[in-house]
Design a protein around this ligand. Structure first.
Ligand code: TXA
Ligand code: MG
Length: 353
């Protein structure tokens, strides 16, 4: 099909909104990653999202709104906690999982009784949703399994000729997907860590928040049903990846002694330590810069021409937990802990310097 390339202008966001309202698919920028938007109330349009992405039918979509009052057709009820969190973090990178409303077709929620809702912060996303006049279902605008797109170029690589339009709103400021927080039970649970941290959520609610076991380890059975996204291979780079926990020196020592055909993913300024081909993802002590660069780096690993890439693990607190989680999944949970292997070492195996 013919794909339109739209810009972040009032005329083009209005056109994108009209395409979505009329049942079409538009890749649009958000502050986290690009989303592939369709009318969340239109089962046929949503079915096209699943087909174009090659997404398993049991993985539900996030519904995007531009005003809290527009949440009504999507959800059944918004409790006090949801209002507190929406006041604190919307528009922004937080998705709230709430009881679903009757107006949503089953396909949008993958048949679950709940729905993830968020109000994105990118002005173009808000303009498109307003122009559409309907809640917009939007998963990340990548083909299923590949790293989420953080630029219009990434969307073009994955979706050109498969969607009605791609709206270029520049590079995504955050770079990893939103925090997904379930409010279905008495205690909120982070199902996917992102830029709105568990600490920040705890602070706003003034009560405990737990982190789903699926964030740091492969899960099976019941836990998969609660958080369907966790069971699929995600962020898979073209080259197999291993995550390595260790400081700059230990990492360089380890990677430089690997057989030929190995490559590395490290922080800026660290490639000079290495005798293998390497790419970088942000600065060691700056998780914002890591989040911003990560998916683009994962998409470019092929260019190293190696058969396995060893990635230096980020620190895993705050926003770092989201970055660590994406890398862990990209590495299919394969982790080497140098501090542990070497019997001691630095107390912060992932420290900078
Ligand atoms: O930042 C983001 O969230 C981006 C932008 C476009 O908004 N969207 C995004 O969508 O990352 P997607 O489809 O790639 O990831 C949605 C995640 C999946 O892991 C899915 O399983 C989970 O949210 N999810 C959606 N609805 C859910 C529900 N009702 N219960 C549990 N998890 C849900
Ligand atoms: Mg995704």
């Amino acid at each position: 099909m013919n794909t339109l390339l739209l810009k972040d202008t009032p005329a083009d966001t209005a056109q994108a909104g009209a395409i979505i309202r009329d049942g079409g698919l538009v890749a649009l920028p958000t502050e986290t990653v690009y989303g592939l938007g369709a009318n969340a109330l239109n089962a046929e349009a949503v079915a096209r999202i699943f087909a174009v992405k090659g997404r398993p039918a049991d993985n539900p979509l996030i519904v995007h709104i531009a005003h809290v009052k527009d949440i009504t057709p999507a959800i059944a009820k918004m409790d006090h906690r949801a209002h507190q969190l929406a006041d604190a973090f919307w528009p922004g990178p937080l998705t709230l999982v709430l009881p679903r409303g009757d107006a949503l077709p089953d396909i949008t929620t993958a048949g679950l009784d709940s729905v993830g809702v968020r109000m994105p912060a990118h002005p173009a996303a808000l303009a498109v949703i307003r122009a559409a006049g309907v809640p917009v279902a939007a998963p990340s605008a990548n083909r299923s399994g590949t790293p989420s797109p953080t630029s219009a170029q990434h969307c073009i690589e994955d979706l050109w000729g498969r969607v009605d339009a791609i709206l270029d709103g520049g590079d995504c400021a955050v770079g990893i997907e939103s925090t997904v927080l379930s409010l279905l039970d008495a205690q909120p649970v982070v199902l996917r860590p992102g830029a709105v941290t568990a600490e920040a959520i705890r602070w706003v609610l003034g009560s405990p928040v737990s982190i789903s076991p699926g964030v740091l380890a492969p899960v099976s059975g019941e836990a998969q049903t609660v958080s369907p996204g966790v069971k699929y291979r995600h962020y898979a780079p073209g080259v197999p990846l291993t995550l390595v926990r260790g400081d700059r020196e230990a990492f360089a020592h380890y990677v430089n002694s690997l057989p030929a055909g190995s490559g590395a993913l490290v922080f800026e300024g660290e490639t000079e330590d290495l005798s293998v081909p390497a790419l970088t993802y942000g600065r060691c002590d700056d998780p914002e810069s890591q989040a911003e660069r990560l998916f683009d780096a994962l998409r470019r690993l092929d260019s190293l021409g190696v058969s396995r890439v060893y990635a230096r693990a980020p620190q895993s607190e705050g926003l770092g937990l989201g970055i660590y989680n994406r890398l862990l999944r990209a590495a299919s949970f394969e982790v080497i802990d140098l501090a542990k292997n070497q019997g001691g070492g630095p107390d912060r195996p992932d420290r900078c310097g």
